[in-house]
Design a protein around this ligand. Sequence first.
Ligand code: LLP
Length: 541
Amino acid sequence: FKRHGLSVDHVSTSETNVTVSLDAAANEVDRDTLAALVEELGSFCRVQIFDGCAAISLVGRHIRGMLHELGPALEVFEEHRIHLVSQAANDLNFTFIVDDEQGQRLVQRLHELLIRAAPDDRIFGATWEELTATEGFERKRRRVRAWWSVERRRLLEITPLDHAVYVYDIATIAKLAGRLRGLDAVDRIFYAVKANPHPAILHALEHAGVGFECVSPGEVHRVLQTCPRIKPERVLFTPNFAARSEYDFGFEHAGYVTLDNLYPLRHWPEVFEGRSIVVRIDPGHGKGHHRYVRTAGSHSKFGVPLFELDELEALASAGRIRIVGLHAHTGSGILDTESWKDNAVLLGDLSRRFTDVSALNLGGGLGVPEKPDQPALDLDELGELLLSVKSAYPSLELWLEPGRFLVAEAGVLLARVTQTKGKLGVRYVGLNTGMNSLIRPALYGAYHEIINLTRCDEPATELVNVVGPICESGDQLGNERLLPPTEENDVILIANTGAYGHAMSSQYNLRKPAEEIVLEHNSGYTENVSTKEELGQNCTV
Ligand code: LLP
């Protein structure tokens, strides 16, 4: 390598394989140099070049022992190739070669699984963010003070003794809607009602100028009952595998109906004859915080695949159907802007083919960090890339349909401690509600910050599993959380539960899920104040 003027970034070896990474850009590798290198290496071994790739290595002792933990991280690769996996014979290193653009995703997933999951492990020490924190970063982290820490006293007062409650802060929703409405390139925002259909939330969003995306007649009815004067063009109906009658319903009650399969056009063309529709396209690969919420690609049931576009065109022209919008939604809980860019490029391209198209719906999925040190979605970056799409297609409207982003942070779940327990080195804190109110940790392994609101100012010294009263071992709200020594009747706050919390709750075990309370206004939502100072370490967001 030296002879060819190439610097090697990383070497990983196994018994039958040596993988060497070169940073092609830094090395300015030209074809001739590479060819000469390959020829020379060819006298020792078979050489294979993976171009445009990233090598991701796990390094540590007994790395093989953690292979079983890697499954969820590798799920991201359902639709992408892993070119090579090599495991060092000395069990110190495990390397994956993946496409360059997938590298960051894999690193993030591995980090979440293996490193964030063990926050207090001395081996890992300080987080990357902490190590590289500049003063600006620290300030930025402190600037955002959760509404619920300001409202702590009020929340402690309103938490009932005998049942749990969701509490929503409408001011936070209005603020978040304002941020999205501030994206110049975005013409319309449709709130994904499934995230939280509480009437007060719908009212607030209607008032903020947001429209509604509904996936069922029930959601459409809820919107029309709550906002009776709303114009139809602010209601978008996006059902999936719906019965024929639901499309009739949609055309009657909603301004736009989205079709995500050709079956209805093939089998019930009369329902769509002469209508205008939006078509949901499957861009080919999904994204999101868990495989259940990745809604594109071969493993997902949503969207018209690209290979059916000729048939779509033929069916539409036979039925005099106008395709006025193209839609793509790749998944939920996405924290980088790449997928909206990809959707925009794809749909923009397709709009040249479907000439009645006047809007591109780039979907929802805007993620919200689960943990305080996780980087947030960069809205400025999203705004800029959408502006560039807008300038390429100035005659097209751009739509977004976020759910989580608008409501997740506005909701908290408040529950009381019922019992505590220690068993074989594991401590449990039991609450008066569990997966019947909040199923996300059990279903997706989702992380929600958990705070003992009663004892915010006491040092967090106990590592506990926070569980509910439901008859399943999966009834866990958070594992290995640091809390102050916790007692019966303490109020436990579970943060970021405004989205897909109450909406996904159930009566399982015939236990009523948490009720909902709306805070009409919150006093003194302030910025630039360190929560740590006022409420103790445990309340910092
Ligand atoms: N548009 C469409 C077509 C969708 O299917 C969804 C969500 C959204 C918009 C809104 O996605 P959001 O912006 O909220 O990420 N229960 C899961 C999320 C499922 C989302 C399903 N579709 C969770 O708790 O994470």
